[in-house]
Design a protein around this ligand. Structure first.
Ligand code: GDP
Length: 676
């Protein structure tokens, strides 16, 4: 195979591939045009591994840098950032004096998709600030008020106008967090199946992003999206959606990185939480060991004299689920002052699921947080009129006319699908809202920003003849909402050199045909919250197709960006070094000639490119193959000196010609997403 063809397949400049091959163990010679066919497969594999290695090394460096910054903060070496109680992302970046995109990237790294003007609270900001190497300190309230645009969340503001009498208890909203595979989904299923709200309609249960169960005549609302993603996204939009968190830890696996992360997030948000010690049915379950691991993190179980509620459960065997619900009720009782809302006002809620149904149009689930939502209410989102509530259904299919606080309802009547995390508010006066413009896209703020950062290379010159390289992608996801969010994010990536092409997308597990398509189109196969079918997994192994599994959107996005960075072609950069005058022609060589020159300006370097000019016109080009000053071979000759040059090129140089000397280098183009 031609090396150019191989380079094209690997999407690298030929020269880069040629230069790297010896390092990868393939010595095909520096001038070779062909690569032996038997080596092609091995080279492709070695190349992928090499790129993967580079990626991992970079990731490790990033992680190390992050860890170093944290240490600096802990050791008090870090700069102090004075932060108000609530601030927009833009203001936050302003205080840190960092590019917004850099801050956005760090937010995304922590699972927070917030746009420029979205508000984050001090707790969130201080974690991010620490990751960025700052020690966060709370700004005095007086100053915070002065802060332009900073304010308390809409929900809290509404609450501040309430009297004690108007606030009534409401069901607690619970979120489940913990390490992957520790059983969050299964726990949510177990709770749902055991304690459904009895419904006369006996409707069909639907995945609407949240559900309610009743225990001892009291309702509890569960956010049905496991993981901190949902939680942090919603928090970042200025609304504290969850009142209580359950941190799930599998007792056969113990405390893992995401367990710690979950605990950090919950603590930072100052949300009361309990621990579910899951999988106690397993033979290798070691409850005591996990308790002591948790104690090391400062979570001391009650039975050891501490304060953390821990309930051993088996989500699979449905063991102790009732006990867990009872504990949640107990925590809710302790927090009862906070778990209140005024049911007699215009509703305010948060969008927790959103998608476009082919037949019914945009549909979203809103968790009502205060007030009561009625059929016919006008829905205001970001001060825009998103339509009127036409119909509402609960998660078990029951049609309702009104939704009180803490009730999640699936709403029909949106003119456009809102974004998850959006705050919906029924206005006092519908006329106060602006009309929703057509084409208002379902965007997440973060993708806009990241993409804005991606776009910043657009000013660079595109080499003529270079066609844009596309990364093919095949996407599979569990729910339409996720799929759309991912597609929306990816579609906004714009760059003059590389692009993303979604070859296919769909819901459900990864199938044989996905694998075959990925193989045929060399596509990046991403599975979001879905797994490959057994046969597909086997086929993937046979075909060496990699299935990239994700459960966090920004991880998927990050990987796509990394892939794009690899695809971006190197740029040829010319640096002018100097100019020479030809004062003697010594001899002709088979592929060039030897001439004597005077350095008129700058310098000449061995290996540089020489452009030959006669009467001001370029007549040819070649390379400085040898360079001599007097009798000795040198690397550089500076202005004013004479030199002998071995010129490799076809041009016949004559006395009086001028040589313009350039250095030509291939420079990797940067595809920064951190705006540096
Ligand atoms: P998630 O990633 O935290 O949502 O975890 P899942 O709910 O998907 O569970 C991961 C795996 O653990 C699945 O294979 C479950 O069948 C298994 N699992 C979850 N809970 C239990 C449990 O209580 N006992 C046992 N033996 N397996 C469990």
């Amino acid at each position: 195979m031609n090396i150019t063809e191989l380079a094209r397949r690997l999407r690298v400049p030929t020269e880069e591939l040629r230069a790297k091959l010896p390092e990868l163990g393939f010595d095909i010679g520096s001038k070779a045009i062909k690569v032996p066919d038997r080596d092609v497969g091995r080279i492709m594999q070695a190349w992928q591994e090499y790129k993967k290695r580079l990626y991992l090394e970079k990731k490790m460096l990033d992680q190390k840098a992050r860890a170093d910054r944290r240490i600096a903060v802990r050791e008090g070496r870090a700069e102090v950032a004075l932060l108000p109680a609530v601030m927009t992302v833009r203001e936050f970046a302003g205080v840190l004096n960092l590019p917004i995109a850099r801050v956005m990237q760090e937010l995304m790294h922590s699972g927070i998709l917030a746009s420029l003007n979205e508000r984050i609270d001090f707790e969130t900001a201080s974690i991010i600030a620490e990751d960025l190497g700052f020690r966060a300190e709370r700004k005095e309230e007086g100053e915070a008020v002065k802060e332009e645009g900073a304010g308390i969340s809409r929900l809290e503001e509404a609450k501040s106008h309430e009297t004690k009498e108007s606030l009534k208890p409401r069901p607690p909203v619970i979120v489940v967090m913990g390490h992957v595979d520790h059983g969050k989904t299964m726990l949510l299923d177990a709770i749902r199946h055991e304690n459904v709200v009895a419904t006369e309609a006996g409707g069909i249960t639907q995945h609407i992003g949240a559900y309610q169960v009743v225990r001892k005549d009291r309702a509890l609302t569960f956010i049905d999206t496991p993981g901190h993603e949902a939680f942090t996204v919603m928090r970042s939009r200025g609304a504290k959606v969850a009142d209580i968190a359950i941190v799930v830890v599998a007792v056969d696996d113990g405390v893992q990185p995401q367990t710690k992360e979950a605990i950090d997030i919950v603590k930072a948000a100052q949300i009361p939480f309990m621990v579910a010690l899951n999988k106690i049915d397993k033979d290798n379950a070691n409850i005591e060991k996990v308790k002591s691991q948790l104690s090391e993190l400062g979570l001391i179980p009650e039975e050891w004299g501490g304060k953390t509620v821990m309930v051993p459960i088996s989500a699979k065997k449905q063991t102790n689920i009732d006990q867990l619900l009872d504990m949640l009720l107990l925590i809710a009782d302790m927090e009862k002052e906070h778990i209140v809302a005024n049911p007699n006002r215009h509703a305010i809620g948060t969008v927790i699921e959103s998608h476009v149904d082919k037949g019914q149009g945009p549909i979203a689930t809103v968790l009502v947080q205060t007030g009561t939502l009625h059929i016919g209410d006008t829905m205001g989102l970001r001060d825009l009129n998103y339509g009127k509530v036409r119909a509402m259904k609960t998660w078990n299919g029951e049609v309702v006319k009104e939704a009180p606080p803490s009730m999640p309802v699936r709403i029909l009547g949106f003119k456009d699908a809102p974004s998850v995390g959006d705050i919906m508010e029924v206005p006092e006066d519908p006329k106060s809202l602006e009309k929703l413009k057509e084409q208002l896209s379902r965007k997440t703020g973060a993708s806009e920003i990241t993409v804005a950062a991606l776009k910043m290379n657009e000013g660079d010159i595109v080499e003529s003849g270079d066609e844009k390289v596309n990364l093919n992608i095949i996407l599979k996801a569990d729910v339409l909402g996720s799929l759309e969010a991912i597609v929306g994010m990816i579609e906004k990536i714009r760059n003059p050199y590389v692009g993303v092409k979604i070859v296919s997308k769909g819901l459900g597990n990864v199938t044989d045909s996905d694998i075959l398509q990925a193989e045929a189109t060399h596509a990046f196969l991403a599975a979001f919250d879905v797994k490959p079918m057994a046969a597909a997994a086997q086929l993937a192994r046979e075909k060496s197709v990699e299935i990239h599994e994700y459960s966090v959107i920004y991880h998927l996005f990050e990987d796509v960006v990394e892939k794009l960075k690899i695809l971006i072609p190197a740029e040829r950069v010319y640096t002018e070094l100097g100019s020479l005058e030809v004062i003697a022609v010594f001899k002709k060589l088979p592929k060039g000639m030897v001439v004597g020159c005077k350095v008129k300006k700058g310098k000449v370097e061995l290996g540089a490119t020489a452009r030959v000019l006669r009467d001001g016109h370029v007549i040819g080009e070649g390379k400085i193959d040898t360079l001599q000053a007097g009798k000795s071979t040198v690397r550089v000759v500076e202005q004013g000196a004479d030199c002998g040059i071995g010129f490799a090129g076809k041009t016949k140089i004559e006395i009086g010609d001028a040589l313009e000397i350039y250095r030509e280098e291939m420079q990797e183009r940067k595809l920064n997403i951190n705006n540096k």
